[in-house]
Each structure stands twice: as structure tokens, then as C-alpha cells.
Design a protein around this ligand. Structure first.
Ligand SMILES: *[C@@H]1O[C@H](CO)[C@@H](O)[C@H](O)[C@H]1NC(C)=O
Ligand SMILES: *[C@@H]1O[C@H](CO)[C@@H](O)[C@H](O)[C@H]1NC(C)=O
Ligand SMILES: *[C@@H]1O[C@H](CO)[C@@H](O)[C@H](O)[C@H]1NC(C)=O
Ligand SMILES: *[C@@H]1O[C@H](CO)[C@@H](O)[C@H](O)[C@H]1NC(C)=O
Length: 386
């Protein structure tokens, strides 16, 4: 049966409101220096907050703090380095960094590694600290944690840090407050930027391996999409293997390669990725994958140099693992194209059979989600050409 997070669980410990991570009370234990990587494992104490009484300090077995990853100054020797845009130089300097201290953790999100088999669909939503409004809307619409069609949906936002100085401190506090209330944030101490999205993805997969290895399926996506999670559950329940077989489905993109135009947001010079081709991949706005596939991707990622474009990087990992992404027509990461110019693009009838649509304005989310729950929604007269 479902053992997850029912209110008022067995013991007192469970009633403690955990605001994981914050206040890292220095390093207690073992350090393990591998000569070449110089990675040190620091076990740390993490402050948990009991809302009724005072903070308690507990030892979390899997909490690691990491020494600040040093920039690789040798990359400056790469030919043509000096003429690269600033953010690409920055990317190259820190490309090798794969570990960052965790600021907010949720080790029990899935009911522990064993309990994680009770999570059917884990929503993993990339959200930068400043996107408070989007997170709030999602919590009240498609990303609501619930028992749907007899199976559990759980939600996690994954985040880095914003900026530096006061702004960083203030936004970290925001996430702490949200965590206290919703317990749905994983945060690492790295600069949350477009070119660090792959890093964010890898950090999540590492976390999943440790805390939720047996979840059946995951929706991996952005915080500006509309996801019809009810439909997703129905679609995923068609598979009898329950997440133990390969699945990676979304808006399939293939026969493309790196954009070599300097002005583009997606500019990837040869110094970053030499081949002219990308493997097939699914648009990063949102894709569905099985727990099985997520773990293979994680395993493969150890051996693949970070590429800043996160969805392409997933494609590289799949390829290395001998797996293919597939297309699902209900996933529209390039948006929904409505032919009839007079029609309302936000007509719920267009979204009724979709799985996911990218670039969806927050302000329309609540109406859309609730309209779709309405059993009397009448779509007999709408034009289906989209
Ligand atoms: C690269 O640059 C560093 C200093 O930036 C220099 O010490 C080194 O000799 C250069 N060559 C190589 C191959 O790393
Ligand atoms: C640093 O950059 C150089 C040049 O690209 C590369 O050969 C070397 O492997 C990098 N070092 C690390 C630790 O990634
Ligand atoms: C990624 O994050 C690290 C750690 O904060 C930072 O040093 C680096 O500059 C970031 N890279 C990009 C491309 O933003
Ligand atoms: C890791 O990558 C290298 C180079 O791409 C390849 O030769 C090697 O076989 C890979 N190892 C594994 C375990 O996949």
C-alpha cells in the first residue's frame, strides 16, 4: 500500500518539520582525498526545524559539502579561447565541476530509497530561485501532489543560486521559507544559469540515485510549461512494466547540430563541442522517462563531458547507453500552433488531449487546469486542426 507522507506518521521524528540543509554546522567526519581529483567528502550536520520548539541538529548520513571547485585555467590555452563570448569562457573554466554543496535537501521525499517504489510519477521541475510566482501556481495546479488514478504523484523543484551578495542571500531565504511550507525544493550552491542547466540535471540524477532510485516515472521539465499530469498518468499506466523498462518520450528533435552563430542563445563553438551533429534528443521543455532510463542516463553521464545544452546532453547519454528517445505527439515543447487565427489559443479543448505544452503563461494556468477538470467541458464544436 501507499506509505508516503500521510499526515501524522508513526513517530515524533516524522512530525518534525524538516528544513533540511540550512545552517551547515561544519564538518564532523571523514575525509577521503583521492590524489588526482582532490575531492573531499565532508559529512555535515544539518539543522532541522521543529516548528513548535527549537531547532534540532541531526546527522544526515548522506550530506556532503564539497570544497569550492577551482577553475581550470588551462582551458585558456585552447585555440581561439580569447575570442569566445564571456559566458562560454566561464562555462569552459568550470566545465569539469560536478559537485556542489547542497543547500536544501529532501532525503525523505520518496519515503526513502525503498519507499520510492510507491512513487509513480515524480515531477522534477527546473526552477531558478527568482521564479517564485511560477512555483506557487504549479503547486496549485498540475504539479499538485496527489493520489491520481490510484497512484502517487510527487513534486520537486530543482534550483541553484542567483547572483551574489544581498540578492543571493534574499533569494536563498525565499527558498527556505518555501521549503518550510511545501517541502519540495532541492537546491545546490551553484550559479543557476542557462549554461548550467546540464549541471543541474546531473546533480538531480545523482540525488535520485541516492534517495529515490525506484520511482516508476519522471516528468523532467521547465517551470513555464503546462503539463496535463492526469493524462500523463493514464498514458504511463499503459505500460505494464511500471518503470522497469526503457522509456524516454517527448518532442523528438533529430538531424540537427550545434548552432555556430555567436548571437544565438544556443551558440556552441567547436571549442565546446567539435562534432557537427547532435544525437536525437527530446526538447528540454518537458519529457517523460522511466526510472530505469534515468538511472542509465546517470551512469552514462560519468563518462560524458558536460555539454551546456541540457536536452542534447540527455541525448548524448542515451546514445552512449544504446537507448533511443521517442516522439510523443502530445508533447509540444515548441508551443501549440493554432491554425485558426480567430480562435482562443487558450481554449481548454486544445489542451484536453495534450501531455505538455511549453511557454504557457502563468496567469492562464489556474483557469486551464480547472477547466480541464470540469466534467461538463464541451468540445463538440471546436476546430481540431492544431
Ligand atoms: C596552459 O596555460 C598554463 C597557464 O595558464 C601554462 O602554465 C601551461 O604551460 C599551458 N599549457 C598547457 C598545455 O597546459
Ligand atoms: C583542463 O583543461 C584542459 C584543456 O582543455 C584539459 O585538457 C584538462 O583535462 C582539464 N582539466 C580538468 C580537471 O578537467
Ligand atoms: C556554473 O556554476 C558555477 C558555480 O557557481 C560557476 O562558477 C560557473 O560560472 C557557472 N557557469 C555558467 C556558465 O554560468
Ligand atoms: C568512456 O568514453 C570513452 C571516450 O568516449 C570511451 O572510449 C569509453 O569506452 C567510455 N567508457 C565507458 C565505460 O562507456
Amino acid at each position: 500500500m501507499f506509505r508516503l507522507h500521510t499526515n501524522g506518521t508513526q513517530n515524533k521524528v516524522a512530525t518534525v518539520t524538516v528544513l533540511a540543509a540550512l545552517v551547515v554546522v561544519v564538518y564532523v567526519g571523514f575525509s577521503q582525498n583521492t590524489s588526482n581529483s582532490k575531492i573531499t567528502f565532508h559529512q555535515v550536520n544539518v539543522r532541522e526545524f521543529d516548528t513548535k520548539t527549537k531547532p534540532v541538529t541531526r546527522l544526515h548520513k548522506y550530506k556532503y559539502s564539497w570544497p569550492k571547485c577551482q577553475r581550470n585555467t588551462s582551458v585558456a590555452n585552447i585555440s581561439g579561447f580569447d575570442s569566445l563570448p564571456g559566458h562560454i569562457k566561464d562555462f569552459l573554466y568550470y566545465r569539469h565541476c560536478r559537485h556542489f554543496p547542497m543547500l536544501l535537501d529532501l532525503p525523505d521525499k520518496c519515503g526513502g530509497p525503498e519507499g520510492s517504489a510507491d512513487v509513480f510519477l515524480l515531477l522534477v521541475i527546473k526552477s531558478s530561485p527568482g521564479n517564485y510566482d511560477r512555483r506557487e501556481v504549479l503547486r496549485n495546479t498540475w504539479a499538485k501532489e496527489r493520489l491520481q488514478n490510484g497512484v502517487w504523484i510527487r513534486r520537486i523543484f530543482i534550483s541553484g543560486t542567483h547572483d551574489s551578495g544581498f540578492e543571493k542571500i534574499r533569494l536563498n531565504r525565499l527558498l527556505e521559507f518555501e521549503q518550510r511550507k511545501h517541502k519540495d525544493i532541492l537546491q545546490w550552491d551553484f550559479h543557476d544559469s542557462f549554461f548550467n542547466l546540464t549541471l543541474k540535471q546531473i546533480l538531480f540524477l545523482e540525488w535520485m540515485e541516492r534517495n529515490c532510485p525506484h520511482v516508476h516515472y519522471l516528468l523532467n521539465g521547465d517551470d513555464d510549461v503546462f503539463a496535463n499530469t492526469n493524462n500523463m498518468v493514464v498514458y504511463l499506466q499503459n505500460f505494464k512494466e511500471g518503470g522497469r523498462k526503457h522509456l524516454f518520450a517527448g518532442h523528438l528533435i533529430q538531424y540537427v547540430g550545434p548552432i555556430r552563430e555567436k548571437w544565438s542563445k544556443y551558440y556552441v563553438p567547436v571549442q565546446v563541442h567539435e562534432p557537427e551533429k547532435y544525437p536525437p534528443y527530446c526538447g528540454g521543455g518537458g519529457f517523460l522517462l522511466s526510472g530505469y532510463t534515468a538511472r542509465i542516463i546517470y551512469k552514462m553521464s560519468h563518462n560524458i563531458t558536460i555539454l551546456p545544452i541540457d536536452d542534447v546532453y540527455m541525448g548524448l547519454c542515451l546514445q552512449q547507453g544504446g537507448l533511443r528517445p521517442e516522439s510523443h505527439p502530445g508533447v509540444r515543447t515548441a508551443g501549440l500552433y493554432v491554425i485558426d487565427k480567430e480562435a482562443d489559443r487558450y481554449d481548454p479543448c486544445y489542451f484536453r488531449e495534450m501531455l505538455l505544452v511549453h511557454r504557457f503563461l502563468s496567469v492562464h494556468m489556474y483557469v486551464m487546469w480547472n477547466s480541464l477538470q470540469d466534467p461538463n467541458l464541451d468540445c463538440t464544436n471546436y476546430y481540431k486542426g492544431h
